[in-house]
Design a binder for this molecule. Structure first.
Ligand code: FAD
Length: 450
């Protein structure tokens, strides 16, 4: 059945067009489908890669939503893919170990860490299994709206719905047509590099055995982190499959490296004098072909709106609030967008779609922007340690952050409880002050209080 015929079959049902098959688009599709709306997803690529990129951690604030998909069916699907990291072990560049810390909010039963491509692939599989129509190889070339409907153009066809959700990712073109804005880039002095080592490479390399079969935590996965002046290096293991991925935040080179080898050598140069340099060199250079990425880090300036003029189109996920990787929340915030939008559409109903989109924006906007800006705070926190003696005196200073206001938040409960209040503010043109953010509106990394 086509999307158009589905829509005509039940005129009372909301119809939602979703553009983009990433974490954001798939989450919107699954959440809206779960509310009984007619959804259709369009993706420009012909196929998805089963493994792509490195690991992504979905915090408990996102996992709380995805745990409900199919009453746990989706989590069952991803369980075998998970890196079972419950702890982080933190060292400094001299090899001094500050201790092993529990990873609240990203550990088993709360959040999860999986390969990014594998997560999207699993979401896609799950979406298909519940009957969500997905058109691959379908690039959306135009967005439009009237007072009564919104739509897209794809492959020369014009398709309409009650609303359109643009989840095109960081490089979105649709964002400009919908909001009239682009995100500006502000370069930082930092670069981030990442590498992925698969089972075949890692198992053959004796110089990696120290990390994949560490005595004290034989079968348990761990995140290992090293702090040095201007460098942060981390490794996440998946011991049961002899896999690991690493990431490194470092000062960007004054002249751009010409190839991967040059970049890797530049990272190693930052580690000159490090006790563990040789061990880490084996990890850095053991990367699988095609699985090394390095990029200069840039902050995206927030959009002033996520909505189209008639409020029948909205941007979500990275298209709306792309954050630095150090926020550790880009994908998770996209899941919050999706869950909030589905609830708002449900509560507002087919006759009040613009209201639903406005309510979604009001609930989500500030929270997503603060997380987006927080990526820089986290990056500076890990990069700017200079007084390593002070850290030894108080090792809690290197504990992985646990911002409770982010991780302990239940976005669905919040949307359900706040909907009427926000809807009233929208209708009356009043300000809405959200309480899903710290009270001073500033990013916080604290462990256990709002
Ligand atoms: C190194 C790194 C580490 C990260 N770590 C974490 C982490 O630990 N935790 C976390 O939560 N987040 C993390 N993130 C962020 C997270 O990966 C992103 O926020 C998330 O993947 C964005 O999803 P998205 O669906 O918005 O966009 P995308 O994944 O970019 O998906 C957009 C899709 O839209 C499609 N598309 C674009 N234009 C069109 C069009 N016109 N027509 C049809 N299709 C179109 C694209 O092909 C693409 O498939 C990390 C990011 C990086 C780079």
């Amino acid at each position: 059945m086509t999307f158009e015929s589905m829509a005509q079959n039940d005129l009372n049902k909301l119809t939602v067009i979703i553009v983009g098959l990433g974490i954001a688009g798939l989450s919107v599709a699954i959440e809206c489908h779960g509310k009984g709306h007619n959804v259709m997803v369009f993706e420009k690529y012909e196929e998805l890669k089963q493994m792509e990129g490195d690991g992504i951690s979905i915090g408990s604030n996102g996992a709380r939503v995805t745990a409900k998909w199919g009453d746990g069916a989706f989590h069952k699907l991803i369980r075998p893919l998970e890196f079972q990291t419950n702890r982080a072990k933190v060292f400094d560049y001299t090899g001094y170990c500050y201790g092993t810390f529990e990873l609240h909010g990203y550990n088993e039963g709360h959040g999860y860490t999986v390969n990014r491509g594998a997560l999207v692939y699993a979401m896609h599989q799950y979406a298909q299994s519940i009957g969500i129509p997905i058109a691959l190889g379908s690039e959306v070339t135009k967005y439009w709206e009237t007072e009564d409907e919104a739509g897209i153009e794809v492959d020369g066809r014009r398709i309409s719905a009650d609303c359109v959700v643009c989840a095109e990712g960081i490089h979105s073109h649709g964002r400009l047509s919908i909001t009239g804005q682009q995100m500006n880039l502000q370069e930082t002095d930092y670069a981030a590099s990442r590498g992925y080592l698969d089972a075949q490479v890692a198992a053959r390399n004796p110089s990696l055995s120290w990390i994949l079969s560490e005595e004290e935590s034989r079968s348990e996965d761990c995140i290992y982190g090293w702090l040095g002046p201007g460098v942060h290096f981390g490794i996440t293991t998946k011991k049961k499959d002899n896999e690991l991925f690493w990431y490194c935040s470092h000062k960007a080179a004054s002249t751009a490296p010409q190839n991967d080898d040059e970049t890797m050598n530049q990272i190693l140069q930052c580690m000159n004098g490090w006790e563990v340099r040789d061990q880490l060199e084996a990890v850095i250079k053991g990367v699988m072909s095609g699985r090394f990425i390095s990029e200069k880090l840039a902050i995206r300036t927030p959009l002033t709106t996520w909505l189209s003029p008639r409020r029948r189109m909205i941007v979500v996920g990275d298209a709306a609030h792309a954050a630095l990787p150090s926020s550790g929340q880009g994908g998770t915030q996209a899941i919050e967008d999706a869950a909030t939008l589905a609830i708002a559409l449900d509560l507002a109903g087919k006759k009040n779609v613009p209201l639903a989109l406005s309510v979604t924006e009001k609930i989500r906007y500030q929270r997503a922007q603060i997380v987006q800006q927080g990526g820089l705070a986290v990056l500076q926190f890990v990069m700017n340690h200079v007084d390593f003696d002070a850290l030894r005196q108080d090792p809690t200073m290197v504990k992985p952050p646990h911002p409770a206001w982010i991780l302990d938040h239940d976005c669905q409960d919040y949307a359900l409880k706040e909907f009427s209040k926000v809807a009233e503010a929208v209708r009356n043109g009043q300000e809405y002050v959200p309480c899903n953010i710290p009270s001073d509106g500033q990013y916080r990394m604290e462990y256990d209080s709002k």
